[in-house]
Write a new protein. Sequence first.
Length: 509
Amino acid sequence: MADTKREIERKYEAGAGGLPDLTGVPGVAAVRDEGLVELDATYYDTADERLAAASLTLRRRTGGSDAGWHLKFPVAPGVRDEIRAPLSDTVPDEIAALVRARVRGAALVPVVRLVSARDVSHLVGADGALLAEASVDEVTAERLNRDGGTARWTEIEVELADDGDPAFLDEVEKRLREAGVRPSKSPSKVARAMEETGGPGPRRGGRAAPVTAGDHVLAYVREQRDMILTCDPAVRRDIPDSVHRMRVATRRMRSAFRTFGAVLDRAVTGPAAAELKWLAGELGLDRDQEVLAERLTDALDGLPSDLVLGPVHERLTTWAGVRHHSTRGHLVAVLDSARYLALLDTLDALLAAPPLRPKAARKPDRVLARAVRRDLGKVSRLVTGALDLPPGQDRDLALHEARKKAKRARYGAEATVPALGTPARDLAKSMKSLTSLLGDHQDSVMGRRTLRELSAVAHAAGESAFTYGLLYGREERRAADSEAELPGMWREIASGTPVRAYGGVPGAR
């Protein structure tokens, strides 16, 4: 089974003197020599080095206390999550799954071998607790692809102990700098090895600043594609909020295809948009359940104990847990499916050869603003049309449609921020407020549906349905409050400065 370790470390160029004396670092009572360790690591990647391009590292290492397979995900500068699995001859299935979205059908092959002689020292406090591990590594690197090549260097590595205070590394670095030691220019050993052993390596770095309308839309689409790829392993690991972030990325990209049809040909993006809708729906099975369970639990926890009649907490917890377990297994199967991997291939191909229409070559301000203005007109018609309906199911459905169009307008405004600046940013905030209000209304609709189902089950079991009815009434009140607030909010948005900057709302009243 794989496990996870948060790795916080810093690397430095080692001088001729090796590791400076660190006994003067605040908090360090002693520096203990732990001896020499021989480490032999082979790094794996695709032939075109997709993992390296995404700053991911996969290695099989022998020697030391943590021999095995290690997959590292960047979290922040100097911070990585390391997924570990026991030593085996081939990449473990649980590790391979975490890079599947990057690798897809390509083989993982050896690309670099690093042999390190590690002289280890432990920095310990007055109570004998480990504060950090400092080592001097003599590294020999051998390139196993791209015509080979070798390199040698010596570096100092300082890794914070588990649950340690990152500020301690600042104190260590201060002492190292005083001794003339400077931070390494490479973020990792394998990155340095690939730089120094020859071959062009994977393409990294930024892209040219967007200029045309097409540049801006493609930059936004690419950002969402990258977010999907980043979230994939987090979703598989059940990292909090990862499903939500991945689902939002699919929706943003799909919205961009629809909003900016004057820039990207919908005849080409349409099939991808349909598949993105499918993926968002699959992700929503888990996310919608998560949000609804949290909403109902919070409402139940807010009731006085004498109003909670029967095993309501237990029923709600069981309902949420069973649904989450079933959707988790389904979602992982979706991410392993040929359909999902084909969608990723489609998005890559679309970005590599974008279906640009003539207006894509124009300046972004008018083209992008006009597209967002059309979305605002759709929101206006749906909001005013919903408010003309009497309270009930038809109005609920109409408000739900208005919410979806408001989200599209929000995402469209977000996409235009680099081109249009403050008006776009302010419009996105306004649309976020609107979708939040409409979202609360829709959550109330779904909450009442669930409460009806739970109360029926409770009643059939001979339990009191009083508490479910109480919560149902409160959800009705929340929905009514949202509906009462909506007209004033929409009038304020429609007449506001950000909307006027886009030319106003077509058909607003």
